[in-house]
Design a protein around this ligand. Structure first.
Ligand SMILES: O=C(O)CCC(=O)C(=O)O
Length: 327
């Protein structure tokens, strides 16, 4: 049986903004950066400190009885907790106070003030903690989109998805495994919108998802102080190996007008992509005027034309050669 190809995400140390912008950013590939100055958060963010400085404002969190969050069957609920209580609960294994069960797990993806309109910004929602976290100067200030807390109980696994912004995922405390897939493997990931339907990426149901073996798996384990560069459109799946606090920064790679203005999360497709998909729907509707064998024929011709016009000449297989294969 075909085996999924596995790669390690390369790790670089001593990368400054000049090296990042010149050598790493243009490659559009995930990279772990070790030793970038992230500020005093690395020493200061103990549970007590986070609880005290983060305050008692309510945060809306995912609560789940099982480690693997399932967006399709909604095996989690949203609940609001004061930030200090949430920190305490997310760090403990068994909870004297709980919503669903004693060993429930928690996940915070922080939000903006007006959830529907404003992107999350640590400086606004958590000013006393934001001052401890220094955003590396890897992009121009006007490209900044959001800074988001990612705080999870040990064992919590977030589904595979892509975002449309460039992303630096900083691990401040705890360890986290991240598995990534190239945008060029999109057809092997059984997408439902921006998410993959394959929840169990470690032992997938290949009867249901036979194409998944063709997707190349890139993996890394983030330690405190690590930064993972996730280029826009790269799929990622995270698994907290310990209770952990992370911050991710999204910034614009494309000109601002290419992004959907009503997107506080950074995961709505760019405007030209959305318009193209809508136009395709209209085109397919016109094709419905023909019998099935004609639709099949013109459909195949369209696929070929789309491939010729849009696929990058550098196939991912060739580009994969620059990292260490594990198997
Ligand atoms: O760290 C996590 O738990 C998820 C990170 C993520 O999805 C992101 O940075 O876009």
């Amino acid at each position: 049986m075909e085996k999924q190809k596995k790669m390690t995400v390369p790790v670089f140390t001593g990368v400054d903004s000049e090296v990042f912008r010149r050598d790493i950013y243009p490659m559009r590939r995930p990279v772990v950066l070790r030793g970038v100055a992230l500020g005093p958060c690395l020493d200061k963010w103990t549970l007590e400190y986070l609880a005290e400085r983060g305050g008692m404002c309510g945060v809306k969190v995912h609560v789940s009885t099982v480690p693997q969050l399932d967006f399709r069957n909604k095996n989690f609920v949203y609940r609001t907790l004061p930030f200090d209580k949430f920190i305490q609960r997310a760090a403990e294994k068994k909870h004297p106070d709980f919503f669903l069960c004693e060993e429930e797990r928690y996940y915070l993806r922080s939000l903006g003030e007006d959830v529907r309109k404003e992107p999350a910004d640590l400086n606004k929602q958590f000013p006393d903690l934001a001052e401890d976290f220094h955003i590396p100067e890897f992009f121009e200030p006007d490209q900044f989109f959001s800074s988001v807390f990612r705080i999870s109980s040990c064992g919590l696994q977030l589904w595979t998805h892509y975002d449309v912004m460039d992303n630096l995922l900083a691990q401040v405390t705890g360890k986290k495994r991240v598995v990534l897939y190239s945008p060029q493997d999109a057809l092997h990931l059984y997408l439902s919108g921006d998410k993959s339907e394959i929840l169990d990426i470690d032992s997938p149901d290949l009867g249901r998802f036979p194409e998944f073996v063709k997707a190349c798996r890139y993996e890394c384990v983030l330690e405190p102080g690590d930064l993972l560069f996730i280029p826009a459109l790269w799929f990622h799946n995270t698994l907290a190996l310990q209770f952990g606090v992370g911050v991710n920064i999204f910034w614009r790679h494309l000109p601002a007008e290419k992004y959907d203005k009503k997107d506080p999360y950074g995961n709505k497709d760019p405007v030209p992509a959305t318009r193209t998909l809508q136009a395709l729907e209209r085109a397919l509707h016109i094709l419905d005027e023909l019998p099935p064998d004609y639709r099949d024929f013109y459909g195949r011709r369209m696929v070929l034309r789309i491939q010729n016009r849009t696929y990058c000449s550098q196939q991912d297989g060739a580009a994969r050669g620059d990292s260490d294969p594990e198997s």
